[in-house]
Unconditional design. Structure first.
Length: 280
């Protein structure tokens, strides 16, 4: 079945890109952009600065001292990181009260993606800051297509979600002729998100045709595998021979052994335990 993915994005009751997000993304293409300009944008949005500070003070970033201002967070984390976090938070808030979506379903989607973003923060410790920020944002928004499909197809998509809380792309394509990765990427293109982030979202279920750096997709896939394994604390107690083979393969591709992850486990668990607070 042929389907026009762009028409889904344009016809679904998807919020238009918020003006502040558009301005933040434009900073990526402006070599003259400064941390002062970013802070001025953030403080214009009611509640955004406070929410951003809650995120950067969480175990997700494990800063040695509490951050009290947006400017201070940029000193410690860098302009690129704060911009990436702010963009992700704005996207989450944008869908929070959308027509056709329950708060519970939106919270489920963002809870899963924030879990993946938490794993990305830890798996990519040895990478450049720019790569880490792109991957964090990609992990945080990789399932935005589920929200679009839920809005566009309504009860039909909801019925699919009763069998699969996050329907796999094969089931989506069989029923609707497209999937959440394709639709999510189309939305992000519409919103003029960076192509490197859009491509990670577009191909996170088809890594074999992804044309970017193989290591980037390896990190993303490993984080997604980890985020679907359930109780992370219990998972860490398993010997390697009892761990899902696909998970071990994805970690190996990202340069991690099971023993390495177990050593890092307490820090990751602390960050994961703050998910509900970050979404509240």
């Amino acid at each position: 079945m042929q389907i026009d993915v762009k028409s889904i994005v344009q016809s679904a009751d998807v919020p238009s890109v918020p003006k502040i997000l558009n301005e933040i993304l434009l900073m990526a293409d402006n070599p003259m952009a400064t941390s002062t300009a970013l802070e001025a944008l953030v403080v214009q949005e009611p509640g955004l600065a406070a929410q951003l500070l809650k995120w950067v003070n969480s175990a997700l970033y494990a800063l040695p001292n509490r951050v009290s201002s947006v400017s201070h967070s940029m000193v410690l984390l860098g302009f690129s990181t704060v911009k990436s976090v702010a963009a992700g938070m704005i996207l989450i808030n944008t869908f929070d009260s959308s027509v056709g979506l329950t708060r519970e379903y939106v919270g489920e989607v963002w809870g899963h993606t924030l879990s993946a973003a938490t794993f990305i923060r830890h798996l990519t410790k040895g990478q450049s800051q720019g790569v880490r920020d792109d991957l964090f944002l990609a992990a945080l928004i990789h399932d935005v297509g589920h929200l679009v499909l839920q809005q566009y197809f309504g009860t039909e998509y909801h019925s699919l979600c009763t069998d699969f809380p996050f329907p796999p792309p094969e089931a989506e394509r069989a029923m609707f002729g497209t999937d959440h990765a394709e639709v999510g990427a189309a939305l992000l293109e519409e919103w003029k998100m960076p192509k490197r982030v859009v491509d990670l979202v577009a191909f996170h279920h088809q890594p074999e045709i992804y044309e970017g750096a193989p290591s980037a997709m390896a990190f993303l896939r490993a984080s997604l595998e980890l985020s679907t394994q359930g109780d992370f604390r219990k998972l860490l107690t398993l010997p390697v021979e009892e761990v899902d083979e696909e998970l071990i393969a994805s970690l190996t591709s990202a340069g991690w052994s099971w023993a390495d992850l177990q050593k890092e486990g307490e820090h990751v668990q602390q960050a994961l335990s703050e998910l509900k607070q970050l979404l509240s």
